[in-house]
Design a protein around this ligand. Structure first.
Ligand code: PA5
Length: 357
């Protein structure tokens, strides 16, 4: 039986964390700065014209940056951004598609398959990886390769995996210069780190408080379409991978048309659910009203409801404020369960089994 770690015991938190997830997370602001200033600098881009759609193909920790791009760019880029988490690409992918093939390890078989398909269909492909087979294939095919630093878990490399997509689109003239906004976001989450990082005491630390609320409960995370949906998905994935616990997510307004009906039975299991509602000042006023009504409808059915508001100026800062809060909460939840947040043995085992012919 694992031993629960007191969240105010900094040494205890570090002792449990064999791969340094806590330190890597503390480095997220620096990671974002490096990604916006340096990482793409030497990448040569061919003339890419007449792009009708953008696809980010990747899985897990390497795909979430695609969702961030999809949400962030929705009101900014006049072509659709689709995230593909599969071996195959949608039928619309062709010579007018820009494909980002993203794999932290460079060895994820679904991404390698989608990469080959994108090449065969004549799409413009850009690879983002630390190396691996994807790195070799991109170098061999002479396509733009964004080489990112190795040495951490893919889910801890969100700055490296997401921000280069913004920089490339900026260089292609599809987005304005984002250096100022990204730098401001990095500065803002650095300040936030002092409030929610491991050295900030539980009474003042929102992420530690959230972890306590989620401990021994089933986390259900609700975001809002077009804004915090990507954060809800991120929180779910981080709780799964870091805390080795189940979590589920959904979005307003869609959940108002089905999921809210499902809070009657089985009562004893519903009482194990702790609901997190992610809030953002930019959410549609009608959605804000929906959230208020929904909370009243289900408040007695579940263990509790916690609202977490985004903070900071600008879309990137607000998105990353929530991501950072959830990332820390997932590490603290791991500590409450007394589990090492880094290793994901089940994913490694599955990939290993798949590799056996
Ligand atoms: O966090 C993880 O380890 C996973 O979600 C991986 O990101 C996923 O399995 C894909 O691997 P990669 O990011 O190396 O392509």
């Amino acid at each position: 039986m694992e031993q629960q770690i007191d969240l105010n015991n900094y040494e205890g938190l570090c002792r449990l964390d064999s791969t340094g997830m806590m330190d890597t997370l503390a480095g997220l602001p620096a990671q974002c700065l490096l990604a916006v200033r340096d990482i793409c600098g030497s990448v040569e881009l061919p003339a890419i014209e007449a792009i009708s759609n953008i696809v980010v193909t990747g899985l897990g920790g390497s795909a979430i940056g695609g969702d961030l791009l999809r949400v962030y760019s929705a009101g900014r880029i006049p072509v659709p951004v689709t995230v593909n988490r599969d071996y195959v690409l949608p039928a619309f992918v062709g010579p007018d598609t820009l494909v980002f093939a993203v794999s932290y390890s460079g060895n994820t078989e679904e991404t390698l398959s989608a990469y080959e398909e994108a090449r065969a269909r004549g799409a413009s492909v850009i690879a983002i990886t630390t190396g691996g087979k994807l790195g070799e294939m991109a170098a061999g095919d002479d396509i733009p390769l964004v080489k990112i630093p190795a040495g951490c878990a893919p889910r801890a490399a969100t700055g490296y995996l997401f921000i280069p997509t913004l920089v490339i689109l900026q260089r292609l003239g599809m987005l304005p210069d984002l250096t100022v906004e990204t730098t401001a976001m990095a500065g803002f989450i650095k300040e936030l780190q002092e409030k929610i990082g491991p050295e900030s005491p539980g009474e003042e630390n929102v992420s530690k408080q959230i972890a306590h609320k989620l401990y021994k409960k089933i986390p259900v995370i609700w975001g809002v379409s077009g804004t915090t949906e990507v954060v809800a998905q991120r929180w779910k994935g981080q709780i799964n991978e870091n805390a080795k616990a189940p979590a589920y997510w959904n979005v307003f307004p869609e959940l108002n048309h089905n999921e809210i009906v499902g809070f009657e039975y089985p009562r004893e299991i519903l009482k194990k659910i702790h609901l997190i509602i992610l809030r953002d000042e930019q959410d549609h006023p009608r959605v804000q009203k929906r959230i208020e009504i929904t909370r009243d409808i289900i408040k007695d059915a579940v263990d509790g409801i916690t609202e977490v508001w985004s903070s900071g100026d600008g879309d990137l800062a607000r998105l990353f404020s929530l991501i950072y809060t959830g990332d820390y909460a997932s590490l603290y939840l791991a500590a409450l369960y007394g589990i090492d947040p880094g290793p994901v043995k089940v994913i490694d085992f599955l990939k290993w089994e798949l590799a056996v012919e």
